[in-house]
Design a protein around this ligand. Structure first.
Ligand code: NDP
Length: 791
């Protein structure tokens, strides 16, 4: 070896420390003690707790533990500020966001150093990733503020938003929440995580410097209880949460029935898939970023490595070699790859999970590299091989520098393994074959897919999960949309149901004719008798018997869900094909208009002809949308495009309103089917015969078996079963407030998306409101696929 080559192999890194002095001076200018930032002013510190530097375990400052009274004061300030702030022109609001972006850039070093000291992440990351992205978010949303009215006509901000963020990207998560909220015209109360409040407090000072009107941004520090005081506050209009799936579910339950807007960005166990034709060296560098970025404390970390079997040995060898060159150390050292975990409790949690992984048969590899002397929350990067999908470490979010590896043989197996998780936040694909990459991307159930790259983020590109990784998006148009609601929603009035007529006789046998003409349910393309063996009478407004339907139960729902899931190929049929089928449905319904009109009249006494005509028109409308409601191609600063693909949610449960026996179901089912969902429908409890008649139309219209399943019965009972069913991805319930609340609370089990009418009257015949975007948006989710593009 020549001398220079020798030097390169033996050369060690010298220290490259970033000075903490300015950050320490900022802390001491505050006597290292902070109150809250409420109504544009600092409160006196109350009961405090220490925030520590996890690299040294030494305290940095005392933070006030917010009480319910503090939260209340912040909400009052935000409420008082809302009318003026929301009435500013978009241009005026945009200028404030622009000023904030400029000030963040100006003080970016201080922010980066403070973030690194409080959180433990390497300065390389806080300086080069977190803070630039924070500034980018405020710039990007300055533009959205200005264009909001043009781009979101007839929409208004929610009002006061309660925002709760985690400790892994303290300032970045704040920016993801505050920038779109303010751009849309909301005011906010934000709680940072207890471990990492400092940059949020520095941000409050930036708001002061930008002369943001008082009360528009309020920062209340504290622990989980403070967060709970926010989620339960009656005068908050929307909750935005990022954190663990466990707390996300608690918040889903706590907000059930309140009408609060809700977005949840939760955990993940994201697959990192390497095919045998991948550029292995690049894939390994990507992997370093995927799992050791921020010590693996990243919700979208590529924590499950899936490698094609034929290259597994070679890949793992190279990976181990690369792991042995990673440098764990003082996060303020600019040449350090891996810093400190956020707190001792996180080190203990990760260590415990690794132990469990080994106990369950996994093999642990940790490179023989030094950890900094003198304590601190440091861990070596770890790789666990020899695990199966059922192992704890392969299924649970570890949230630490621990990679778990499995192999696969075929692309089909890669997809099956990748999707074999309750989460669905992100996924990464490495292959040199563009066909393979673009074949796999749509098959992955994840909100973000990175091709030949990883951990790309941008303000213009929505981020958020499928399944138990939550719902709602942050960034881009979708992110803005989640801080706005239709202006007409505040005018909704309570639904007043007509008094139910009792059956003429209390004896169920008296209502039954001499021949059994009970309308069957419709499951998997076949007529089905109810499992219960019981039927329910359907009465006219005068109480006369019009017919009977089956009394559906849990078993019928299970069968219907199974059939609907088996029909999910519907979501990958072409939109053109779905449009054709919906047009055909409309046409065939129109052929039988008289018969359907008569049936409506018999059940409700109302003019059936106009309801049938409206239903035909609605089917036409959504047939028209099927191939038009689609995505966008974003142009982020990286050399990539991000294609925002509009995808179906999966299998939806739809419980139709009691009124309008035909249109009530069609208005909800048509957008769901148009977007590729399969549906389990519970038609109007009172007047279900229009939809049991409808299966004859389905049968003549080429609708594939299982795409629409109809179960009749008591709406409230069936809603509970459906809301609790893990095979249902989203549930819409039109009915009373109490059942709406139950549906929302029960949906927490697998974090279903919900829409409920909460006892309010939604006039579904209103074309202006319901023939377009309103239900289409709720029937879909956006997947952003990042693709390398351009030189
Ligand atoms: P949490 O989900 O508990 O915390 C997120 C935020 O919610 C924090 O501000 C927290 O406050 C607050 N909070 C806690 N409980 C409630 C409640 N009942 N109501 C309202 N707000 C609440 O995450 P942790 O910080 O406790 O971390 C636990 C685990 O969660 C980690 O080990 C990791 O696995 C996972 N996690 C996942 C994240 C992700 O983005 N996927 C982010 C953070 C954690 P406080 O900090 O004061 O407790």
């Amino acid at each position: 070896m020549n001398k220079i080559a020798e030097i390169f192999t033996s050369l060690d890194y010298g220290p490259a420390p970033e000075s903490p002095d300015v950050a320490l001076a900022w802390l001491s200018a505050h006597d290292n003690t902070f109150g809250h930032f409420i109504n544009g002013a600092w409160t006196k510190p109350g009961k405090t707790f220490a925030t520590e530097n996890p690299a040294t375990n030494k305290p940095l400052a005392q933070i006030t533990d917010g009480t319910a009274a503090d939260v209340d004061a912040a909400v009052k300030a935000a409420r008082a500020a809302f009318p003026k702030w929301s009435a500013l022109s978009g241009y005026q609001r945009g200028k404030y966001l622009y000023a904030i972006a400029r000030l963040i850039q100006k003080h970016s070093r201080l922010f980066a150093v403070l973030e690194t000291m409080d959180n433990g992440k390497p300065i390389r990351e806080s300086r080069d990733v977190d803070i630039p992205l924070v500034a980018r978010h405020f710039y990007h949303h300055a533009g959205w503020a200005q264009h909001r009215e043009r781009e979101f006509p007839d929409h208004v901000p929610y009002g006061v938003c309660g925002q709760i963020i985690p400790w892994n990207f303290p300032l970045l998560m704040l920016a993801w929440k505050i920038a779109p909220a303010l751009a849309a015209g909301n005011t906010v109360v934000l709680k940072p995580a207890e471990f990492t409040s400092l940059t949020a407090l520095l941000f409050a000072e930036i708001c002061e410097k930008a002369k943001l009107p008082k009360g528009v941004v309020n920062i209340v520090t504290g622990e989980g209880d403070t967060g709970a005081a926010i989620t339960s506050h009656p005068d908050i209009d929307k909750i935005a949460f990022t954190g663990s799936t466990e707390v996300g579910k608690i918040i889903r339950k706590a907000t059930a029935g309140t009408g609060k807007g809700l977005s949840l960005e939760l955990g993940g166990k994201s697959p990192y898939i390497v095919f045998d034709d991948a550029d292995i060296d690049s894939a390994i560098e990507g992997l370093v970023d995927a799992i050791w970025f921020n010590q693996g404390q990243v919700c979208c970390a590529g924590s499950r490595l899936l490698v094609q079997e034929s290259i597994e040995t070679r890949f793992l060898e190279k990976l181990k070699k690369r792991m042995s060159t990673l440098r764990v150390g003082d996060p303020l050292d600019k040449a350090v790859d891996i810093g400190a975990l956020v707190a001792p409790v996180q080190v203990a949690r990760v260590t415990e999970l690794v132990k469990k992984g080994i106990a369950e048969g996994g093999q642990l590899y940790e490179p023989d590299i030094d950890l900094p002397p003198g304590g601190g929350c440091f861990l070596r990067p770890a790789l666990i091989t020899g695990v199966s999908p059922a192992n704890t470490v392969a299924s649970e979010e570890i949230f630490g520098p621990v990679l778990v590896e499995m192999s696969f043989r075929t692309p089909e197996e890669a997809v099956a393994l990748a999707n074999n998780t309750r989460y669905g936040l992100a996924a990464t694909i490495w292959t040199e074959n563009v066909n393979l990459a673009l074949d796999i991307a749509p098959k992955l159930k994840a909100g973000v897919v990175w091709i030949n790259s990883t951990n790309n983020f941008d303000a213009a590109v929505g981020f958020g999960g499928y399944k138990e990784s939550g719902f709602g998006r942050e960034g881009g148009r979708e992110g803005m949309a989640s801080y706005l609601k239709p202006a007409w929603e505040k005018e909704l009035k309570p639904f007043v149901a007509a008094a139910p007529k009792a059956a003429k006789s209390a004896n169920p046998l008296d209502d039954i004719g001499s021949i059994d003409q009970t309308a069957k349910m419709y499951i998997g393309g076949k007529q089905a008798r109810p499992d219960s063996g019981y039927s329910r009478p359907v009465l006219s407004p005068t109480g006369a018997l019009v017919g009977e339907v089956g009394d559906g139960n849990r078993k019928d729902i299970r069968n219907a869900v199974e059939a609907a899931r088996a029909a999910l190929g519907w979501s990958t049929t072409s939109a053109h094909n779905r449009a054709q089928i919906l047009y055909f449905l409309a046409e065939n319904l129109e052929y039988r208009a008289d018969e359907f009109a008569a049936r409506i009249k018999a059940q409700t006494g109302e003019d059936g002809a106009s309801e049938v005509a409206a239903s035909v028109e609605r089917l036409f409308a959504f047939a028209g949308w099927a191939d038009k409601y689609d995505g966008a191609v974003h142009n982020p600063p990286q050399r990539m495009v991000a294609t925002a693909m509009v995808e179906a949610l999966g299998t939806m449960a739809i419980l139709a309103p009691p009124s309008r026996p035909l249109l009530g179901s069609i208005a909800l089912v048509a957008p769901a089917l148009a977007m590729g969902n399969t549906v389990v429908l519970v038609p109007s409890e009172k007047s279900p015969l229009s939809m049991t008649d409808f299966y004859q139309v389905l049968e003549t219209s080429d609708v594939p078996s299982g795409v629409l399943n109809i179960v009749t019965g008591e709406s409230k009972v069936l809603a509970k079963t459906l809301a609790e069913h893990d095979g249902i991805d989203a549930i819409w319930f039109a009915g009373d407030a109490e059942t709406s609340k139950m549906v929302e609370a029960a949906s927490a089990g697998n974090v279903k998306q919900t829409w409920t009418s909460r006892g309010l009257y939604y006039d579904l015949s209103d074309k202006q409101k319901f023939e377009g975007d309103y239900f289409l948006r709720r029937a879909t989710q956006v997947k952003n696929v990042w693709i390398p593009y351009g030189a």
